[in-house]
Unconditional design. Structure first.
Length: 294
């Protein structure tokens, strides 16, 4: 049975925190994710020399950790905490406290898993869950848990680097923006080509605290206690493999169809390819539904 060894955990803070907003208000869009799980993403790297060179492993861990600290300089809300204020009318309001409380960083090792064991199975291996920190944590628990966590897990011939981010602090689009920004920093850039925008959009320009404070009934928040943390037993997650060549063809085809050069990225082309069958199925079900009620 595969077991993971946790080597160390630490708190990583912004290297040079400056010009940070003290707090960031939550919009209705942010609040809708309070009872959802953290966003989890990971990248697998085939690095054979890690199996024989402890110095390379230590260097990789240090590099990821220091890069994370630099990235947090530009995303102060990620290194803060979710703050909750309870009111007399049995409601609670939330905001992000940019207090540089720090992100969680973990270093782990799995001695009997190779990169092939991760990418070749038709379904996601059961041990893959242990590669992600803060699994099972709900977004509203960001009051006591870090808003972002990174884990470097060494396998036999490589490393799996994962990240978990509170979904209330970032949706999918802003997550990929942060990821791209971090790549710029890792590649030596001292500034970002597209700096993040922390100004919140509300219904009008009123900036009073009363207007920004959105109060949620405590009865709704307590639903978290009744929700299951795990997927139903027997449910498996399918793995889809796309080679570099296939993704390049998808990108070329997508740009050719819209008549634009390189405006559609590889990721966008792949996501559209995956989404199209789902849209077709949903539209078919909608047609059947309306046919039956008519």
């Amino acid at each position: 049975m595969t077991s993971i060894r946790l080597i160390s955990t630490s708190t990583v803070k912004a290297a040079n925190p400056k010009n940070q907003p003290p707090i960031i208000d939550l919009t209705p869009w942010d609040l809708q994710f309070l009872l959802s799980d953290y966003i989890q993403r990971g990248a697998l790297f085939h690095i054979p020399q890690l199996s024989q060179d402890q110095e390379s492993e230590a260097l990789l861990v240090h590099y990821v950790k220091s890069s994370l600290s630099k990235c947090l300089d530009h995303f102060p809300h990620l290194t803060g905490r979710l703050a909750a204020v309870e009111h007399d009318d049995n409601t609670t309001s939330f905001f992000f406290d940019c207090n540089n409380g720090g992100a969680l960083f973990a270093h782990a090792v799995v001695d009997d898993v190779s990169t092939r064991d991760i990418i070749e199975p038709v379904y996601v291996p059961s041990f893959a869950d242990s590669f992600f920190p803060l699994r099972g944590v709900k977004n509203c628990q960001g009051t006591v848990e870090p808003l972002v966590a990174v884990q470097v897990t060494k396998v036999v011939d490589g490393a799996f680097i994962s990240i978990s981010i509170n979904h209330s602090v970032m949706d999918g689009a802003s997550f990929f923006h942060a990821f791209s920004s971090c790549l710029e920093i890792v590649n030596g850039s001292s500034s970002l080509s597209k700096p993040p925008v922390f100004e919140r959009c509300f219904l009008n320009n009123n900036t009073t605290d009363d207007f920004h404070t959105i109060r949620i009934p405590n009865s709704y928040i307590k639903q978290i206690a009744n929700e299951a943390d795990d997927a139903p037993s027997g449910v498996k997650v399918r793995v889809f493999h796309f080679s570099k060549e296939v993704i390049a063809k998808l990108k070329e085809k997508s740009n050719a169809e819209v008549g634009i050069n390189d405006e559609i990225s590889s990721l966008q082309a792949l996501l559209c390819h995956l989404s199209l069958p789902l849209i077709i199925v949903v539209m078919s079900l909608v047609k059947v539904f309306f046919k039956e009620i008519n």
